[in-house]
Design a binder for this molecule. Structure first.
Ligand code: PLP
Length: 367
């Protein structure tokens, strides 16, 4: 069977350093807020090209803590509007609503599935205070145009970089392009821990220290609580594992890109459409998407032939029960993506033969 993502094979490919790193933490007897976390935060900040990286519990917390920190800093207040792509993973939107902020969903550009600057501009009101862009599927969503819009309307620009660690925009990393970024190290992400972990990156020292305090019960100093915070920290074990995996991230992303280039040039079935290639380095192919109105049939055909695929995502956020009172809008571009998208296997440990087999099956498929 060709797996969508073979996490065991990925972890094994780092042997024995991952187990050695875990053992180092276990025998140290120090499990939180220690040397591994400090070292990972430093190394990850350097990698992203930001002054600060603050570890936290997961990607949703990273985004939630950014929003909450801006509220504590007086930059945002409950009721403010935050523009966000309608076709994102629900966590981006949860981070907004959890803080009493209003998500303003906007349609992506169908050519790239990334938030459209034109639609951002059209959605701005006097209550708009921030824009959250999402580098969805691993593809850079940032543009100078978006930056200009945010600067001219005095909006904070927040990046959801959960799917795009290592992605570039004109030589700079995503996660360093806006005012703050949330990162997820969920096991299946391009840089994945062996459990939950996340981080916030920023060049703003006040934001960095506020996020850190909020994730530590609201405290920057032991037993002194400035905020009503929460507990969201990165484990020493996860930090140690991420330190082993980070140095190989660029090479792994390059391997994903090689596979994507093969899919793009060798899948020739006219019944299947794909997004055009992004400029060099501006897509780290967290997910490789294909589109067909007969998505369910294609998924079944591939499964019957031993190829595992996933759908990102079957139901758009505005159609979810948790947002049912807000389900008054129609987002046709987003809805079409959710109806037609299928994600092919892609990972740094996939073999050339497996890629060839997926391509052969797709080219032989007819509805
Ligand atoms: C995975 C993901 C998140 C949430 O990250 P967790 O670590 O799972 O909480 C947020 N946004 C996007 C776009 C994601 O893909």
């Amino acid at each position: 069977m060709i797996k969508f993502l073979d996490l065991k094979k990925i972890t094994d490919s780092f042997a024995p350093s991952v187990t050695e790193a875990i053992n180092r933490v276990v025998t140290s007897g120090w499990f939180l807020q220690g040397e591994e976390t400090a070292a990972f935060e430093k190394e990850y900040a350097e990698f992203i090209g930001c002054q600060y990286a603050v570890g936290c519990g997961n990607g949703l917390d990273a985004l939630t803590l950014i929003m909450r920190a801006y509220i504590e800093m007086g930059v945002l207040k409950p009721g403010d509007e935050v523009i966000v792509p309608a076709n994102t993973y629900i966590a981006s939107i949860l981070a907004i609503t959890e803080n009493g902020l209003r998500p303003i969903l906007v349609e992506p550009d169908p050519a790239t599935c990334q938030i459209s600057p034109k639609n951002i501009e059209a959605a701005i009101t006097s209550s708009t205070k921030a824009v959250m862009i999402v580098h969805l599927y691993g593809r850079c969503a940032y543009s100078e145009k978006i930056k200009e819009i945010c600067t001219s309307h005095n909006l904070k620009l927040i990046e959801d970089n959960a799917q795009a660690h290592g992605c570039l925009y004109h030589g700079r990393r995503t996660g360093s392009l806006g005012d703050a970024a949330g990162h997820s190290f969920y096991p299946g992400k391009n840089l994945g821990a062996l459990g939950d972990a996340g981080a916030v990156t920023t060049n703003d020292p006040v934001l960095a220290v506020t996020v850190k305090s909020l994730g530590n019960y609201g405290s920057a100093k032991k037993y002194v609580f400035r905020y009503q915070g929460r507990n969201s920290r990165i484990d020493e074990i996860q930090a140690a594992v991420l330190r082993i995996k980070l140095p190989r991230l660029d090479a792994d992303n390059l391997q994903r890109t090689r596979i994507a280039k093969r899919y793009l040039s060798e899948i020739t079935n006219p019944a299947i459409t794909m997004l055009p290639e992004a400029p060099e380095g501006e897509n780290v192919y967290h997910i490789f998407t294909v589109f067909t109105p007969h998505r369910e049939e294609l998924q079944k055909y591939l499964a019957d032939n031993g190829v595992q695929t996933l759908i990102h995502y079957p139901i758009p956020p505005h159609k979810q029960e948790c947002y049912k009172n807000k389900n008054v809008f129609s987002f046709p571009v987003t809805e079409k993506i959710h109806r037609e998208e299928l994600s092919l296997p892609i990972s740094p440990v996939m073999t050339e033969e497996e890629v060839s087999e997926v391509i052969r099956l797709l080219n032989e498929w007819s509805i």
